[in-house]
Design a protein around this ligand. Structure first.
Ligand code: ATR
Length: 286
């Protein structure tokens, strides 16, 4: 008898560049989960409600979401994992056999898990600078705060977005102040710099800010993974600073989703190797 097929996917607009289908399919292959499939679905913002209902009707068991859906999914869920309320965005949905949906956010977990692989110091009393105040910054900040960070500056081009984000975080982490700061082209001193923006990669971009005030053993983490060496990481490398891109965060957010859906542990090392081969990068990331 044929076994039931377990279906998963990722929704986004655009979606063609997503590495998630490759990552999950690789894990299924490694674990001999031959009745599992993970597919990309191009879903525009205005069709999100229809798409979500359709997935339940088709018996799809779970999906990831990327731009522009993460925030819009929140009110469509039947149940929310507690961390979603802090972050205000859903990137992983589990659908039970009756069609009931639970929303999770595994981005903060992915970021922190990767950070912990490469940076073992306590985050308490460490000077941390986060660039950006969008959806990605929210996940990063929630993760840092949960890990005990208490000296974080959030710098954003549009200052009032940073201020609004800080207000929101204060509700959940009242004892760990985060300071909003206006954009400067010379970054303040810090041990850990995390970029959540597309800095230096757009057509309209100025240059990467000056990193001379970062402490000598600072780690510069860019949550972008394509290209593997972003303009910011290139400058940081040039200054002899430690650098890391977002590949490890991508893998660990996916690994957590995999576990939520299947109850199994993603073979992270194999997946990392496969992703690096696919991206043609041997020396950096993850
Ligand atoms: P995401 O979900 O990826 O975080 P977003 O919510 O649109 O996307 O947020 C994008 C972030 O990148 C914002 O902090 C944005 O700054 P503004 O709030 O001032 O728009 C930032 N950003 C985008 N391009 C940037 C650039 N060239 N330089 C600096 N910041 C940039």
């Amino acid at each position: 008898m044929m076994e039931k097929t377990h279906l998963y996917g990722v929704i986004g607009d655009p979606i063609h560049h997503s590495l998630s289908p490759f990552m999950h399919q690789l894990a299924y292959a490694e674990l001999e989960m031959s009745n599992h499939r993970y597919l990309p679905f191009h879903v525009r913002a205005e069709r999100l409600v229809e798409a979500v209902r359709g997935m339940a009707a088709l018996g799809i068991q779970g999906f990831n979401a990327t731009i522009p859906h993460k925030e819009n999914l929140v009110p469509l869920m039947d149940e929310l994992d507690s961390f979603v309320q802090v972050i205000g965005a859903v990137n992983t949905v589990k659908i039970d056999p009756t069609g009931r949906m639970t929303g999770y956010n595994t981005d903060a977990y992915g970021f922190i898990t990767n950070l912990r692989e490469i940076f073992s110091e306590s985050l308490r009393d460490l000077d941390i600078l986060v660039l950006g105040a969008g959806g990605a910054a929210r996940g990063v900040l929630a993760g840092l705060l949960q890990e005990g960070a208490n000296r974080i500056v959030v710098m954003n081009r549009t200052l009032n977005r940073a201020e609004a984000l800080v207000e929101r975080l204060r509700v959940h982490f009242p004892d760990q102040p985060v300071t909003p700061q206006a954009w400067t082209n010379r970054l303040p001193a810090c041990r850990l710099l995390i970029n959540t923006t597309s800095l230096g990669m757009g057509d309209d971009d100025g240059s990467v800010p000056d990193l001379r005030d970062l402490v000598a053993d600072a780690l510069v983490y860019d949550i972008v993974y394509a290209p593997p060496v972003t303009p910011l990481l290139a400058v940081a490398r040039g200054r002899g600073l430690r650098v890391e891109n977002g590949l490890g965060m991508l893998i660990h957010q996916g690994a957590r989703a995999f576990e939520i859906w299947t109850g199994r542990v993603m073979p992270v090392a194999k997946v990392r190797k496969g992703l690096k081969e696919r991206m043609g990068v041997a020396e950096l990331g993850g």
